[in-house]
Design a binder for this molecule. Structure first.
Ligand code: HSC
Ligand code: NAD
Length: 309
């Protein structure tokens, strides 16, 4: 623990700071990370698997920038427009991974939550990126040390766990594995601050800080619903009005994606079968099997289809 806090007292010289970043994955999280990096003066390359997906990512960044700009420059439409255009000009979307990492300082991986897919990507990145490039994963639940195993740069590897929606959520968990060098960790912490986030330091433990507490709470809410103790609506209202949460557990699960929720809890159960907090939840598994994935599929614990709204 002493080691974790000691590192954050040092500061990196301006010449040594992270300026160019590559975000792999332009989905919910990757597009948010790219957006915030661009608005905080970084040069960003955003990679996804197809031009179509990248177009959608840019559209969602535009929409989010418009919301931020409208608030930030409430009485100055021209300044809001300039803010949006400046930020977009700092983001280069591409499907070419090799080109995207050729002179980057930091790669942030935000692709699907699957160890094999992440390993395949990091093997490729390790070959293509220059020696000085730091790698980070935005994984919600997979061990950073295990993701890093396929690279030859564990000393330049860490976790940067952002929260959804990235432009609004102030927290960034910065995770180190035993091999992460002090120099790397220091740079990651400073990058987080440069992104305008409040950083917290954490070891490579399941769920880090937030998800280790949040996931059991959300699963317990689902078990409560499964037992028929209360309705989803009332459980959500209770936690919002009685505990001060901005979203109830089911609104949040729908927002994150029920497939992601299920992947996390089932994965932890496999790794820690003795822990009762990580027991799979049949209701969640059934909803995912039925294609009810939350907001992204139009239905989850609540219905988001236009006709029923
Ligand atoms: C099994 C369990 C699984 C757990 C999974 C873990 C996943 C992961 O690893 C960790 C997480 O992320 S955990 C998840 C962690 N996340 C949480 O826990 C989220 C909890 N929810 C919240 O904090 C709030 O509900 C929100 C901030 C999302 C929306 O706020 P609201 O009041 O309900 O609704 P509003 O009135 O619409 O918007 C309010 C303001 O926000 C602005 N805005 C919104 N989205 C924006 C965007 N994309 N861009 C730009 N701006 C955006 C908007 O413009 C507005 O500004 P104004 O100044 O008021 O005009
Ligand atoms: N959804 C959340 O609330 C949340 C919050 C924090 C962290 N995370 C983590 O962030 C990561 C991404 O989650 P998400 O919700 O943004 O997922 P998402 O499904 O919205 O986006 C993933 C994107 O990665 C792309 N992709 C997949 N394989 C790729 C590859 N090999 N190369 C380039 N792009 C590839 C997909 O096309 C997709 O656009 C996951 O590890 C997840 O656990 C998610």
């Amino acid at each position: 623990m002493a080691q974790l806090t000691q590192v954050s007292r040092f500061s990196t010289s301006a010449a040594n700071m992270i300026k160019k970043i590559t975000v792999i994955g332009g989905g919910l999280m990757g597009s948010g990370i790219a957006q915030v990096a661009a608005t905080t003066g970084h040069k960003v390359t955003m990679v996804d698997t197809s031009e179509d997906i990248l177009q959608k990512s840019v559209k969602s960044i535009q929409a989010s920038l418009a919301r931020v700009g409208k608030k930030k420059f409430a009485n100055d439409e021209a300044a809001g427009k300039k803010f949006l255009e400046d930020a977009l000009s700092h983001i280069k979307p591409t499907v070419n991974i090799k080109e995207a990492v050729k002179d980057t300082d930091l790669v942030i991986e935000a692709i699907v939550e699957n160890m094999d897919v992440k390993h395949k990507l990091f093997r490729e990145l390790d070959q293509a990126a220059p020696q000085h490039t730091i790698f980070a994963s935005n994984t919600s639940s997979l061990p950073i040390g295990k993701i890093a195993e396929v690279t030859s740069r564990k000393d330049r590897f860490g976790g940067l766990h952002f929260f959804n929606p990235v432009p609004m959520m102030k927290l960034l968990e910065v995770i180190r594995i035993p091999e992460t060098s002090d120099e790397t960790y220091k740079k990651l912490l400073e990058f987080g601050k440069a992104m305008g986030k409040h950083t917290v330091e954490c070891k490579d433990t399941p769920g880090f800080i937030v998800n280790r507490l949040l996931v059991p709470y959300m699963m317990e809410a689902t078990r409560m619903l499964e037992r028929g103790d209360a309705s989803a609506q009332d459980i959500d209202s209770a936690m919002k009005l009685g505990a001060g949460y901005p979203m109830g557990p089911f609104e949040l699960a729908d927002y994150v994606g029920l497939d992601t929720c299920m992947f996390i809890i089932d994965g932890w159960h496999k790794d820690y079968p003795e822990n009762p907090l990580f027991k799979p939840v049949p209701l969640l598994q059934k909803m995912v099997a039925d294609g009810k994935l939350g907001r992204k599929s139009g239905e989850g614990f609540f219905n988001y289809k236009k006709s029923s709204m």
